[in-house]
Design a binder for this molecule. Structure first.
Ligand code: FAD
Length: 450
């Protein structure tokens, strides 16, 4: 089995090599699955040579003894989980949206509710086979001659090349996750509660849904092989609503992993049409990919027929993730809950342990950070400044020794960007692995949108 699939992969690589040898054109990736790169406004795309990597989308080999997985870079987490879970394993970190690919999550800083134990997705990386922009293919690991590339891949968003194959760490798992949700009514006791949960060795997952400074739900999970009254994230259960009250719940582990997938967290308006759709649509359609395509379709219609507007002018998008050192957790939470009009939707908070494995995403190794995420529209405070909520939250985060993920829109200047994301070092690596500038720099991709 290992040989068959690895031969298949090697043949794909051979074809790719011959089609790209000595490439001098600017490149972008072509793939079948949706993108989870999020931009508030459509960006003009320059014409580039699209490299079709769609077929690099399979799990290749699971090594039970060493608990590792070899997998192609464009494999979705849904396919990975369906391959590893029947054998009793999962990647150490599995992002919550089924159609995120493993290569995308390594270069885009993937995180989960067990990140306080295992770090980010890239912290499970053992080795990566990378297609460099000029067509060369190298294999990098923490201790070979390409180790600088290995550490520069996280937060590179394809600007250093594309991951064709990876080897990652797995963990053995149980069948179910038993959740306990507890409401806190002030920030201090909520942060204290999360801190105690981090120290409790019997807990496997920690997250929180934060509605206001008087209503914060801390949700802790323990893996188990026994359970009754097992729930599902499909049918009429809308996960975030279900756990936004004191109680205990058991979900199959696969449902728990993808718990925010059907509603794209809480971004889908809960209209009567939607409720009807949810009750009759097959599971295949109730996923984040379907909704991303639907949102794209709405945007296209609005841009072509200006009088059709799907967006309410009183609201603005706030889709972002910020991380601050644990000592700043109460401050950023208070600032967000005081300054954002969430209109009944929650923010999400998870603890995360930094392992210091990302040269372009500097965080203090060994420290716990607080990750705060917003995945919906918020009510505009002022109509005048565009995306004001993103701008004030970014400023607050950066001023408190924090860092934010770059999968969504950013508005900072290059000097500040370089200070936060170790720009000097990144530029050195960029010159080494993409000397002809065939892909944009991280700043241009994340902020300027080239
Ligand atoms: C609404 C929303 C919710 C999110 N939720 C989560 C979550 O729950 N958990 C989580 O961990 N993350 C989450 N993310 C972040 C997500 O993991 C990153 O955006 C990730 O980069 C998406 O990967 P993708 O496979 O969808 O890749 P794409 O969106 O297609 O690509 C993202 C970037 O990575 C590059 N890229 C893609 N594949 C490769 C590859 N094989 N090698 C090198 N570069 C590549 C692309 O060029 C692009 O710049 C979320 C993002 C959004 C917008």
């Amino acid at each position: 089995m290992k040989n068959d699939l690895n031969n298949y992969h090697e043949n794909l690589v051979k074809d790719l090599k011959s089609s790209l040898s000595g490439n001098k054109k600017k490149i972008t990736i072509k793939k079948k699955t949706i993108s989870n790169l999020f931009r508030y406004k459509d960006r003009k795309r320059s014409s580039t040579f699209q490299i079709d990597l769609s077929n690099f989308n399979k799990p290749l080999y699971l090594d039970k003894k060493n608990q590792t997985l070899e997998v192609e870079g464009l494999t979705t987490y849904e396919d990975i989980v369906d391959f590893t879970l029947p054998l009793g394993f999962l990647p150490t970190i599995t992002p919550e949206l089924k159609h995120i690919t493993i290569g995308g999550a390594v270069v885009g800083i993937g995180i989960e509710s067990n990140s306080y134990k295992y770090g980010f997705v890239h912290d499970s990386l053992i080795e990566a086979e990378v297609l460099l922009p000029d067509g060369r293919i190298v294999v990098c690991s923490a201790d070979n001659k390409y180790s600088d590339l290995f550490y520069a891949l996280p937060n590179s968003y394809g600007t250093l090349g594309y991951i064709l194959k990876l080897k990652i760490k797995l963990r053995a798992v149980s069948k179910y996750v038993e959740l306990k949700s507890k409401q806190f009514t002030d920030i201090k006791s909520f942060i204290n509660g999360m801190n105690l949960a981090i120290k409790d060795k019997s807990i496997d997952y920690i997250e929180s849904l934060l509605y206001s400074n008087k209503s914060m739900y801390l949700i802790t999970g323990k893996e188990t092989n026994k359970g009754n009254n097992i729930k599902t994230i499909y049918g009429n259960t809308i996960f975030y609503k279900e756990v936004s009250c004191n109680g205990k719940y058991i979900f199959p582990i696969r449902d728990y992993l993808f718990r925010y997938d059907p509603e794209w967290f809480w971004a889908i308006p809960q209209t009567s049409i939607y409720r009807f759709f949810r009750s009759i649509a097959p599971e295949k359609l109730r996923n984040s990919a379907f909704y991303s395509r639907y949102a794209d379709f709405q945007r296209k219609i609005s841009s072509k027929i200006p009088f059709i507007k799907f967006e309410d002018p009183n609201f603005e998008l706030l889709i972002q993730d910020w991380e601050v050192p644990w000592s700043e957790s109460s401050k950023i939470l208070k600032y967000a809950l005081d300054n954002l009009d969430l209109d009944g939707k929650p923010l999400m908070g998870v603890p995360i342990k930094a392992f210091g494995n990302a040269s372009s995403y500097p965080m203090k190794s060994g420290e716990i950070y607080f990750n705060l995420g917003s995945y919906s529209y918020v009510k505009k405070k002022t109509i005048k400044t565009e995306f004001v909520s993103t701008k004030i939250m970014d400023e607050f985060c950066f001023d408190h020794n924090g860092i934010k993920m770059l999968y969504s829109s950013s508005f900072i200047d290059e000097k500040r960007f370089d200070e936060i994301y170790n720009g000097k070092f990144y530029k050195k690596i960029k010159r080494k692995y993409d000397p002809k500038s065939l892909t944009p720099t991280l700043f241009h991709k994340a902020v300027k949108g080239r």
